[in-house]
Write a new protein. Structure first.
Length: 75
């Protein structure tokens, strides 16, 4: 079990072994909540947004649809 310190801005650093184990990268999102027992739980959010392959030409309708889906997404 690793121990971390809370900074004055209430931030903590996730230890490298935990990041590596879960595959957490810079820019990833985590859900944070408190369990019934009073534990802080952090859970990696799986990506739901699909990525596009470079070089693929999109129609205007496809671009509009992708933008609209992105606007509806919440974290």
């Amino acid at each position: 079990m690793a121990r971390v310190k809370v900074t004055r801005n209430y931030q903590v650093t996730i230890p490298a072994e935990v990041r590596d184990n879960l595959g957490i990268k810079e820019g990833d999102y985590l859900e944070v909540y408190v369990s019934e027992e009073g534990y802080i739980i952090m859970k990696k959010v799986k990506r739901t947004r699909r990525t596009l392959k470079s070089g693929r030409k999109l129609t205007v309708d496809e671009i509009d649809e992708i933008i609209e889906k992105g606007r509806r997404e919440t974290f």
